[in-house]
Design a protein around this ligand. Sequence first.
Ligand code: PLP
Length: 381
Amino acid sequence: MRELNRLKVPARTIMTPGPVEVDPRVLQAMSSSILGQFDPSFTSLMNETMGLLRQVLQTNNKWAYPVDGTSRAGIEAVLCSIIEEDDKVLIPSFGRFGGLLTEIAERCGAEVHLMHCEWGTVFEPEQVIAELKKIQPKVLAMVHGDTSTGRMQPLKEIGMACRELDILFVVDAVATVAGTEVKTDEWMIDGLITGTQKCLSVPAGMAPLTYNERIEQVLLERKSIEKGLLTQDLAVSSSGRRIRSNYLDLSQLQDYWSPARLNHHTEATTMLYGLYEGLNIILEEGLENRYQRHRLNEQALVSGIEAMGLTLFGDNQFKLPTVTCVQIPDGVDGDSVRKMLLEDFGIEIASSFGPLHGKIWRIGTMGYSCQQRNVLITLEP
Ligand SMILES: *Cc1c(COP(=O)(O)O)cnc(C)c1O
């Protein structure tokens, strides 16, 4: 007879930059009964979630909704919906996720102009603004907090410059929303993407995003071309202006999130329960209190690490408050320390990518994982 296999999930303290632990309330919400995607009980939940998202993303934009898929699905949705063949896109990259923006923009057929800075630092806003004036791109795409290097780029001045120069400003705020201040409207961000499994503290699987009427205008223009194309022969439909993705076409997705409720994909209704509950928890705590809690636990973690005689990586002035990067001392095998933490203590911390792999550990203080107890447990062994 076949043995009965049952799911076995060990207890963990997750101190990585995602996925992070989730409030039991979120897990409970996700075990609620299934609703159909056009059930009025579900569509009213969609509308409420849009309202909650506007508050968390600090925006009055009409459009604020999640795309199904992890954070990069949201990034790809925004970029592929606005970038047309040969459009100029400027990407100042200060870590691995600037590289992700670059790869996606290139796949959309953009003429990408890259700016680099040393990993562990960020850009002077004036540097970026000078390049904006020189290149005059259609889009500036930038990461707010890059978890690979643990740095955070100041965005306000860059946002103002983009608006003045009529450039679309797209920001990956996956690692920062709900963990530290992100002001979509005040910083004049046209399109902003986040993810569920970081400071929102909801399982991976959705990418909440928001965009304003400047981006919507591009979507509607491309959609009207699309409609014209459908009546012509197929050769014309390969025109560079058509949005290439079906799944991630924001002009179609917004029709499902609008009162028209036009059918697109089958919504991940259970994920939306989780997001809804997660957003409510954030607003019950209050954004300011939440940022304060993230700062406090980060400072406790940093003090503990320094007390051990370890050194932090990177320019401290631009440290990302939700990720702490620690230099691995000479002669220490970083991966075996991580293995020991996981196997002996059930604690997970992260390594890093590319040039930083084997050089630093990365410890997240995000969302529900960001609590005093977890910080103490992580410093203990
Ligand atoms: C984690 C992360 C992503 C990618 O998220 P996925 O959910 O794995 O797709 C993108 N950008 C930043 C800054 C991140 O930290």
